[in-house]
Design a protein around this ligand. Structure first.
Ligand code: FAD
Ligand code: DHB
Length: 437
C-alpha cells in the first residue's frame, strides 16, 4: 500500500471508530483509535509474553503493548537458569520445543570456597528435579514467534502508556503508536512492565506497601565466545569477592564478577575481568579458558516486594511487583510462576464468572515471592564480600558454606529452593505438612 492509501485507510478506520463509539454513548475524539479486548497486557518481557500465550491457549483475547522495539527486547541479556516448574510451564504453553532441543539440563551446581570445589547433586536430593540452562533471550524469542504465528496482537514501540478508569466498570489503557493516539478498553489490565514500569505507580500510596533492600555490590556480567570451562555452574566465594561461571550453550560462556555498585564499566577492560575471574574461581586442577568478550554490562543488586499484586481490575506480575538479587536465579522463574497462577485466575474470572482465584492471586503469589526473596537474600549474603563486613562476618559465611556442602539436610534445602519448589507447595496452599517424599 502506498503512503496515501495507508493514510486513507487509517482515516477511514478512525471515522468508523468515532461513529461506533457514539452509538455506545461514549465520548471518543475521532483522532483516537479505539479498540476493546479482554486483557490489556503492558510489557512484552517474559511475564507479559507468557501471559499472552497462556490466555490465547484458553481462548481469552489479549493485546500486548511494549515500550521498546522487537530487536531490543529479543537482545536483552538477562537470566539463564530455568527451574523445573518453569520448564514444565513452557512445555505446556507450547513453547518448550527449542528449549528441550538446545537447552542444557543440569542436575547439580558447584560451590567454590577456600580454593576448593564442592558439588551439590541437586537432582539426587530432590527426587530427580533439575534446572535448564536456556537464556531469557531465547525464551523471549520463542514466545514472540509463537504469538506472531498465532496472529495475537503484540505492539512494539508504544509510547506514553497510561492506565485509566480502574474505578469504573471498564478500565482503559491509553498509548501512542506510530504517532497515533490509541485507547484500549478491557476487563483487566495486567501490569507486566517490569520494575520501572507505570502499572505499579497507579496503585494509591495508602494501598501499596513496599519492602526492599539495596546491596553494597553489583554484578559485572560478560558473554564470552568460548566453550564453558565447567560442566555445571560454579558459584565462588573468595576474599576478592563473588564470581559465577555460567553458560548459554556448548560454545558460549556467561560469567559474572562482583564489583562496586557505582563502578564504571570502562574501568573494566577484558583482561582485568578475566584476571579477576581466574583469581576468584581458582581451584586445584581446574583451568578457566578465556575467549572474546561479546557483551558486558553491570547489574545492580536489589530486593523489593510490593503488595497487594491486585488492585481493582489491575493485576501486577513479575518484576513490576518484585525484584530479587540474581544470585539464586529466581527473577525470571518468579515471573513465570506469577503468570501461571494469573492465567488460571483470569480464565475462571472471564470464562466461568468465578472470582475466587483472582481474589487469592496476590496472596498466592506472595507466598512464593517471599520464599524466593529469602533464598535469594541468603545465597547473596552467603557468597558476596560485603565491604562493611568484618572477619567475624566472613567466618560466619565460611561456616555456612561448610554446612551446606557437608550436611545432606542443608544441601537438600539449597537444592529444593534452587530447582524450585512445586507451584502448589508455595502458592496455592497456605500451609502444609513436611513431605518425606
Ligand atoms: P521485564 O523483563 O523487565 O519486562 C518488562 C517489559 O515491560 C520490558 O520489555 C519493558 O521494556 C516493558 N515496559 C516497561 N515499561 C513499559 C511501559 N510503560 N509500557 C510498555 N512496556 C513497558 N534474573 C535472573 O534470574 N538471573 C539473572 O542473571 C538476571 N539478570 C538480570 C539483569 C538485569 C539488568 C535485570 C534488569 C534483571 C535481571 N534478572 C535476572 C531478572 C530477570 O531478568 C527478571 O526477573 C525478568 O526479566 C522479569 O520479567 P518481567 O517480564 O517481569 O520483566
Ligand atoms: C545466571 C544468572 C544467575 O543469576 C544465576 O544465579 C545463574 C546463572 C546466568 O545468567 O546464566
Amino acid at each position: 500500500m502506498d503512503a496515501c492509501a495507508d493514510r486513507r485507510a487509517l482515516l477511514f478506520a478512525q471515522r468508523s471508530i468515532g461513529r461506533y463509539a457514539t452509538r455506545q454513548k461514549q465520548y471518543i475524539p475521532d483522532s483516537v483509535m479505539s479498540e476493546r479486548t479482554q486483557v490489556a497486557i503492558i510489557g512484552a518481557g517474559p511475564a507479559g509474553l507468557l501471559l499472552g500465550q497462556l490466555l490465547h491457549r484458553q481462548g481469552i483475547e489479549a493485546v500486548i503493548l511494549e515500550a521498546r522495539g522487537r530487536d531490543y527486547v529479543e537482545a536483552r541479556i538477562r537470566a539463564g537458569v530455568l527451574e523445573q516448574g518453569t520448564m514444565e510451564v513452557l512445555r505446556e504453553a507450547g513453547v518448550g520445543e527449542r528449549m528441550d532441543r538446545e537447552g542444557l539440563r543440569h542436575g547439580g551446581i558447584y560451590l567454590c570456597f577456600d580454593g576448593t570445589l564442592h558439588h551439590i547433586p541437586m537432582s539426587e536430593l530432590t527426587h530427580g528435579r533439575a534446572v535448564m540452562i536456556y537464556g531469557q533471550t531465547e525464551v523471549v524469542k520463542d514466545l514472540i514467534a509463537a504469538r506472531l504465528a498465532d496472529g495475537g496482537p503484540l505492539r512494539f514501540e508504544c509510547a506514553d502508556v497510561a492506565i485509566d478508569g480502574l474505578d469504573a466498570d471498564e478500565p482503559t489503557v491509553r498509548y501512542t503508536h506510530k504517532g497515533v493516539e490509541h485507547e484500549l478498553r478491557c476487563d483487566i489490565v495486567a501490569g507486566c512492565d517490569g520494575f520501572h514500569g507505570v502499572s505499579r505507580t497507579v496503585i494509591p500510596d495508602d494501598v501499596l506497601q513496599v519492602w526492599g533492600r539495596d546491596y553494597p555490590y553489583a554484578w559485572l556480567g560478560i558473554l564470552a565466545d568460548v566453550a564453558p570451562s565447567t560442566d555445571e555452574l560454579i558459584y565462588a566465594h573468595s576474599d576478592r569477592g563473588f564470581a559465577l561461571h555460567s553458560m548459554r550453550s556448548p560454545t558460549l560462556s556467561r560469567l559474572y564478577v562482583q564489583v562496586d555498585p557505582d563502578e564504571d564499566i570502562t574501568d573494566w577492560p577484558d583482561d582485568r575481568i578475566w584476571s579477576e575471574l581466574h583469581e576468584r574461581l581458582a581451584s586445584p586442577g581446574w583451568e578457566l579458558t578465556e575467549g572474546p568478550v561479546l557483551e558486558k554490562s553491570i547489574t545492580p543488586m536489589r530486593s523489593f516486594v510490593a503488595a497487594p499484586m491486585r488492585y481493582r481490575s489491575l493485576v501486577l506480575a513479575g518484576d513490576a511487583a518484585h525484584i530479587v538479587p540474581p544470585t539464586g536465579a529466581k527473577g525470571l522463574n518468579l515471573a513465570v510462576a506469577d503468570v501461571t497462577l494469573l492465567a488460571h485466575a483470569l480464565a475462571d474470572h472471564l470464562r466461568a464468572g468465578s472470582d475466587a482465584a483472582l481474589q487469592d492471586y496476590s496472596d498466592g503469589c506472595l507466598r512464593r515471592v517471599w520464599r524466593a526473596q529469602h533464598f535469594s537474600w541468603w545465597m547473596t549474603t552467603m557468597l558476596h564480600r560485603d565491604p562493611g563486613d568484618d572477619e567475624y562476618g566472613r567466618q560466619l559465611q565460611r561456616s555456612q558454606l561448610a554446612y551446606v556442602t557437608s550436611s545432606a539436610a542443608a544441601a537438600t534445602s539449597l537444592a529444593e529452593n534452587y530447582v524450585g519448589l512445586p507451584l502448589d507447595q508455595t502458592a496455592m496452599a497456605a500451609g502444609g505438612t513436611v513431605s518425606r517424599g
